[in-house]
Design a protein. Sequence first.
Length: 375
Amino acid sequence: MIKYTGGSPQQSRDGGLTGSLGTKKKILGVISIVVVLSLMMVGVRWLFFNVIKSSQMLDGLVEFRAAVVQDMEDGDESGMYYVSNVAKSDVHNINKYIDSAYGSVDTYRIIIETGRYLAIQLNYELSDNYYAVRKYIEGTDIPEDNIRAKQIYEVIDSFINDNISDGMSDLDKEIAVHDYIVENCVYGYPDNNDDAYTAYGALVLHQSVCDGYAEAFFIIMSCLGVKCDIVVGSTEEGLHAWNQIELGGEWYNVDLTWDDSLPDMGSYLKHTYVNVDDSTLELTHSWEKQFYRECADTAYNFYKKRFYTYDSFDEYKKGIRIQMGGSNVLEAAIYTDDETFDLSFLYNYGNIRSINYVVEDMGGYKVVVVYLNMK
């Protein structure tokens, strides 16, 4: 019998073991490098967002939205934003949260994503309204091919020349704009349904839905130098838009659409929703309050400023005569729990053929609007 004592088998076994250990060491080395690089990348990104870009950091959707709206109002065509605590889904749906009459987000790109931080690039599409307002305020030329913006500008310029004077208060200007839009716009849809949602529909075509009313009010008040916002929310009837306006250092809600009667009554105006506070409006409207101003004051409510308020129906009967002769519309706010009102006494105050009236419950008070048909 020949006994095998050569070295090859042992060497083979040793070589196989040594190769396996070497491969594991290489794998561990690669993993270590990856981990170190990942930690370094996390550190670099933390440094980028928390130190280098800390002064530009926007915390949450409210701050992000406000910055985007402001940039569009400034006429920027794009913007880079460094944000924290903003979901990627909210970036994708950013136009849902932007209520700017000056444009919308056309495209977006997330440049950096790490933890709770995002670096986002947005590109904007500026609206006809932007060019019309810039033309009025700054004299900036409207692009030659933008006929719609020129038409909007012509309406604004003509209205202001005919209806606004230097001595008017901001409240007087607001009511003049409110009345002009309500009187000249019919709620509904023009031939192109998309125009119903624009100031172009309200001011040029004279037919729009709530978005058009709100945009038209916003851009004219902006041309007059009065701070104003657009609010998007809802009512029982569905999605809805209205405005907020600053008067005397306080903010108020204004809803032109709900002041335009259906069916349309032309010059028979009412001012039920001129400068109401949040507690009154939220009886019928709902909205994401964190995105908008708080409206808690009532000093500039239309009926208070016009002294058309009464503590009882008996006081109303005595005082409403003051309005007789000045208009065929009598408006008042009555602080009462009464649900119905006998207005037959009005026939004693003039040559009245008939009366029509509406009563609107505003929570703490009732608004009574009477339309007189004279002989």
